[in-house]
Design a binder for this molecule. Structure first.
Ligand code: GLN
Length: 441
């Protein structure tokens, strides 16, 4: 396909489904693993000379002067960048409906009255619909890769925290953010991970981990693998049709020689949501302070005191969900409340990590549904409270808090909508996730 054909396909898809905030082609002159592959980039990952807004109106007009490390790596391997995909503002959401004023809310590829999931909804929808060879770069803080991948029926892998550089990623919550790939095929997920993984001195949380050939895991047999099925994830609150679809896939894994047992993660089941939202909001309330109408994006005419100026810009250009998170996050780390909320959440986080680590002494991977429901309709979403939104992430926040790799695998359909199975691995066990993914493809 020529560049013109790709642009015209993306533009017509965009008219119908609104997957991108910015359609713009940047070719690479290099030859490598991604030659001939189109790469879309979640709006929060900076691309030089391409408007990058993280789904927020406050960043209107921000055209980065540098590339994120992952973008540099994509270019070195010959990938063609095709634009910036729609997302919840700074990653704040599970349905991609919390977008900055005037930005795109993507429509589900299987039913336009339903959402794509979030926060990387545009990436997932485009991955499902693109008729050309395409891999998406997306990002997860608490589930933003696997949730939309589940709702749109594609693969999405969130790697171990620190495996992929965050340099050039606009922070949501630094201790939680990870960049990872989405694709229609397991091979492409492995390929992109191979390209973007690796130590980066520009990211102080980047990990020195030996380089791995992720593609070599695709197609490797799983006999003898020990799989734990998370008991709480198939019980109350989970759509029974989703639970039965997951059970069918578990039977497939057993038939391929894996041993399957039920495991219980009571601490994660009870406390991961509360710990996640406190930590994520505390971190983001400090991260968003740099968007004040001085450095990036929106500027207004300087009137009044600095406080009045900053408040004016922020009041006008942040959406309601961003403001909610700034207020809650600031409250939870104020002196007088910090010990009761932020510090306690950090302690709980350690307990949750210990629970996973103990479980991985006996199991290679853990399995659950990715989401407890199929993609909701926009009218259902309109009736949910903010807490109802947060509760949707019950199954995905645990592995994110623990920095564990996890992947969505399309598992079937319920009411004609995709159902996702989530496989969670121990730190740096991305290979095992790819093995399971291929067996179920
Ligand atoms: N839904 C979660 C939140 O709103 C996770 C989003 C994400 O991973 N960026 O925080």
């Amino acid at each position: 396909m020529s560049n013109e054909q790709i642009v015209s396909e993306v533009e017509s898809l965009n008219k119908e489904y609104r997957y991108l905030n910015e359609v713009s082609i940047q070719e690479s002159s290099a030859k490598g693993k991604l030659s001939g592959v189109c790469v879309s980039v979640k709006d929060c990952i900076v691309v030089k000379d391409m408007q990058s807004r993280a789904g927020s109106r406050v960043l209107t007009g921000y055209s980065p002067v540098f590339d994120a490390t992952v973008i540099q790596k994509v270019r070195e391997q010959g990938g063609t960048i095709i634009g910036k995909t729609s997302q919840d503002e700074f990653g704040f959401g599970s349905f991609n409906t919390n977008v900055g004023l005037g930005l795109n809310i993507p429509l589900n590829p299987f039913d336009k009255t339903r959402c794509c999931g979030g926060s990387s909804g545009g990436a997932a929808g485009l991955t499902q619909k693109a008729g050309f060879h395409h891999i998406a770069l997306s990002e997860s803080t608490g589930g933003s890769i696997v949730c939309p991948a589940a709702f749109c029926g594609v693969y999405g892998l969130c790697p171990t925290y620190g495996l992929v550089s965050r340099y050039g990623l606009m922070d949501y919550a630094n201790s939680l953010d990870k960049i990872g790939p989405m694709a229609k095929k397991v091979e492409d997920v492995a390929l992109m991970l191979e390209v973007i993984a690796g130590y980066d001195e520009k990211d102080s949380t980047s990990v020195k981990h030996e380089k791995e050939e992720y593609s070599s895991f695709v197609g490797k047999d799983i006999s003898g693998m020990k799989i734990g099925v998370i008991k709480e994830s198939l019980g109350e609150g989970v759509d029974p049709q989703i639970a039965s679809t997951i059970q069918e896939k578990i039977a497939v894994l057993e038939s391929k020689g894996a041993t399957v047992e039920e495991v219980s993660l009571p601490l994660n089941n009870s406390y991961s949501l509360a710990a996640y939202y406190l930590i994520a909001m505390c971190e983001t309330s400090t991260n968003l302070s740099k968007y004040c109408g001085m450095r990036y994006g929106k500027h207004e005419s300087l009137e009044g005191s600095f406080n009045e100026y900053f408040s004016g810009v922020r009041s006008e250009h942040f959406s309601a969900e961003a403001k909610r998170r700034i207020i809650i996050g600031t409250f939870a780390r104020m002196s007088g409340f910090r010990d009761a909320y932020y510090i306690k959440a950090l302690k709980v986080r350690t307990k949750l990590i210990e629970e996973y680590k103990k479980t991985f002494e006996s199991y290679d991977v853990l399995i659950s549904p990715t989401m407890p429901v199929i993609a909701p309709t926009f009218s259902e979403i309109g009736q949910m409270s903010p807490l109802d939104h947060y509760r949707m992430d019950i199954l995905t926040v645990g592995p994110n808090l623990a920095g564990l790799p996890h992947m969505n695998i399309p598992a079937g359909f319920s009411k004609d909508m995709p159902v996702g199975l989530m496989v969670i691995g121990n730190h740096f066990d991305e290979g095992k996730l790819l093995q399971i993914g291929k067996v179920l493809e």
